[in-house]
Each structure stands twice: as C-alpha cells, then as structure tokens.
Design a protein around this ligand. Structure first.
Ligand code: PGA
Length: 257
C-alpha cells in the first residue's frame, strides 16, 4: 500500500446552481462517514457562483471536505473580464484548483504555457493545483499517448521546484474517456499513471515522484472505482458525471485500498 493519501475530487463542471450545490454538499455530508475520511481526502469543485455557499456550509458544519475550484486565471488582478484570480479563491478557503482540464484546453484554447503559469500562480497563492493531462483517441490509436502525456507533464511543471512538484496532484484523464462512458482499463490507467510518475522522477527525482499524487479521471463510476483506485500508481480519481449523484460519489469515496 502506498503512503500517499488518495484524493477523490468531484468536478461538478457547469452544473448545479448554488441551492443545488448546497443540497448536494449536505447529502454528501450525511453519507460520507468519518471512517471514509480516515482513508481518503475528498474535494468538491463547484462552479464559481457556488463557491461561497459551499465554503460556508463546509466551514460552519465542519464538514470533512476540501473546497476546490475548476479553473482560475494566472494573473493576480487586472483587465481580464470574466476571469477569477487565484487569491480570490484562496480567500474562500479553496485548497485545490484544477488546471488544464481537457475541456479548458480543447474548448477554451488553454495551452501548456498557460497551464504552467496557472500551476505557478495557484502555488503562489498557497493552494494545490490538480494539473490535468491526457491524450486524444487519435493519439492513443497512433501510439502517441505516452509521448503526449509526458510532454504535457514536463511543460506544465516547468520552473517548479522538486518540493513543489512533490506536493502536486496530477490527473491523468484520457480525453476519449471523459463523459463518454468509456473508461481506460485498470491496466492501461495504471500504466499511464506510472508513466506520469516516471516522468516526474526523471526530471524532479525519486522523492518528488514518490509523493506526487496521480489521479485517474474519465468515466469513473461506482462499478469501476475499486479496480482503478487499488492500482499502485493511482492515488485517487477526478470524477465528473458520477460526482453529481451523492450516492454514486459516496460509493466511489468508499472504495477501499
Ligand atoms: P467524467 O469527467 O467522470 O464525467 O468522465 C471526468 C472529468 O472531466 O474530470
């Protein structure tokens, strides 16, 4: 068993208004037990407009969940209409911020350089980035998955110290498995998460590689969570669709090492 604490993250994407987010957070608090939290960390990533509401219920009811965000800008402030600065999230007690989700890369044109700048800005604001990497189906079929993911990891972490990298979360999310109902086999997911860790080791050394947490994401469900999450190099999951159901997300959190 690895010494790394698994992190199960619920990415609510552009779903749930703040009332609905409050309800889901409360439902999760009734179902996820103290025993579960002894084994795993849990982060919830609502849309920006829900953050203050979810923060308030987590803080006032002392819920054992970390607050997360789905995105931020890399600048501190300025004329960036529609964007949110890392310090604004830190002020809301956000702990984890997703950086470079494939939907941000593909739909909103985020580049490796932007993801790198964001990872640095998130760390500078005292939070932890969840850096997303993953290959398309064409890249996988073309035998390029490892090269693509390796280069994304390298680009996203450029300029960080080994200590900073050791504290990061990297989410391996094959793009063809996100929201499609298709999941990487446990063997493939393990192999790619191992490849991510080996890439970290090659650049930042064995200590950083041993402590960086590598999540798998892409159609994680109660039915496949145990098989995926018990792989030696998989340290948790970034969950989209199944995170919108309190029952399903709880069952994923309740996988056991
Ligand atoms: P999914 O989304 O679980 O719905 O595939 C995962 C993600 O995009 O993080």
């Amino acid at each position: 068993m690895s010494a790394r604490r698994p992190l199960i993250s619920g990415n609510w994407k552009m779903h749930l208004n703040h009332f609905e987010a409050l309800k889901l957070t409360q439902e999760l608090s009734y179902q996820i037990t103290g025993d579960d939290i002894e084994h795993v960390d849990v982060s919830l990533h609502p849309p920006f407009t829900d953050l203050r509401t979810v923060q308030t219920v987590i803080d006032s009811d002392k819920l054992p969940f970390f607050l997360g965000a789905q995105h931020c800008h890399f600048e501190d402030k300025g004329a960036f209409t529609g964007e949110i600065a890392p310090a604004m999230l830190a002020k809301l007690n956000v702990t984890y911020v997703i950086a470079g989700h494939s939907e941000r890369r593909e739909i909103f044109g985020e580049t490796d350089e932007m993801v790198n700048a964001k990872a640095k800005a998130i760390l500078a604001a005292g939070m932890t980035p969840i850096v997303c990497v993953g290959e398309t189906l064409a890249e996988r079929d073309g035998g390029e998955a490892e090269a693509k993911v390796g280069s994304q990891v390298q680009a996203a972490l450029t300029g960080l110290s080994a200590e900073q990298v050791g504290g990061l979360v990297i989410a391996y999310e094959p793009i063809w498995a996100i929201g499609t109902g298709r999941t990487a086999s446990a063997e493939d997911a393990q192999a790619m998460c191992h490849h991510v860790r080996a890439g970290v080791s090659g650049i930042y050394g064995a200590d950083a590689a041993a402590s960086v947490r590598v999540q798998y994401g892409g159609s994680v469900k109660p039915a496949n969570a145990n098989e995926l999450l018990t792989q030696p190099d998989i340290d948790g999951a970034l969950v989209g669709g199944a995170a919108l159901s309190a029952d399903d997300f709880t069952r994923i959190v309740q996988f056991r090492l």
